[in-house]
Ligand binder design. Structure first.
Ligand code: AMP
Length: 211
């Protein structure tokens, strides 16, 4: 029987940059992903299917072996803190930075800091390393709104061009990590489907080296 490989992709911005890379690897979805509401896509290879997930769910599928290979932002992987998967390759796509940001001209906060973010684990570690006491407030989106409405003094979020921060009266402040998308592989699958998975990892490596 043919060995089936399931590749979990992150939808949205990362997906747009992933598809050309997948094509360079020789994997082409059987239909247009963007104009479909499907979550599972067959490809030009009978043995390979794609699933389309929210970024933060990709490491979960990989951890439990529901997918063999995944593509997710390093921000998501840092926050997930799971195991059960390897991270063999930096794909160099969807580059950005994970940063703190504060309102323009905000006074230095001397007391206890309130920080809004969806990256609670990353933020906890960062402020601890900085030796700063911080109360973390979990949000699921639109972090930039929190300082405007006084929910938080600052935020931890992804910054690419900085336009989103600027449009909301914020400025980037502390750099936490350089982010790009990574290829991840379920540890058990790496053993049981080694030949097939290694071939795909190698093809990604070549595609990254020769964009
Ligand atoms: P920008 O205005 O270009 O700084 O983009 C900032 C917003 O776009 C952030 O709030 C993120 O939600 C999103 N974003 C930008 N780049 C990425 C990326 N590589 N991965 C995930 N989200 C991103």
């Amino acid at each position: 029987m043919m060995t089936q490989i399931t590749i979990a992709l992150t939808k949205g911005r990362i997906l747009k940059e992933t598809l050309p890379l997948l094509e360079a690897v020789g994997i082409v979805p059987a239909e247009d992903i963007f104009s479909s509401r499907k979550l599972v896509f067959q490809t030009n290879r009978d043995s390979v299917r794609l699933i389309i997930l929210r970024g933060s769910d990709v490491p979960t599928y990989l951890q439990f072996g529901a997918a063999d290979i995944g593509i997710a932002g390093k921000d998501v992987l840092l926050e997930h803190q799971g195991d059960g998967y390897y991270e063999p390759l930096d794909l160099g796509i969807a580059r950005c930075k994970l940063m703190t940001a504060v309102p323009v001209g905000a006074p230095v906060q001397t007391g206890r800091l309130r920080v809004a973010t969806k990256y609670i684990n990353v933020a906890r570690q960062y402020y601890a390393e900085q030796g700063r006491q911080a109360d973390l407030i979990k949000l699921y989106g639109a972090m930039e709104l929190a300082p405007i409405l006084d929910l938080a003094h600052e935020i931890v979020d992804i910054v690419d061009t900085g336009n989103t921060l600027k449009a909301n009266g914020l400025v980037p402040c502390g750099e936490i990590a350089d982010i790009s998308s990574r290829l991840i592989v379920n540890k058990a699958a790496m053993k049981t489907k080694h030949t097939e998975i290694q071939a795909i990892v190698d093809a990604f490596q070549n595609a990254v080296l020769k964009p």
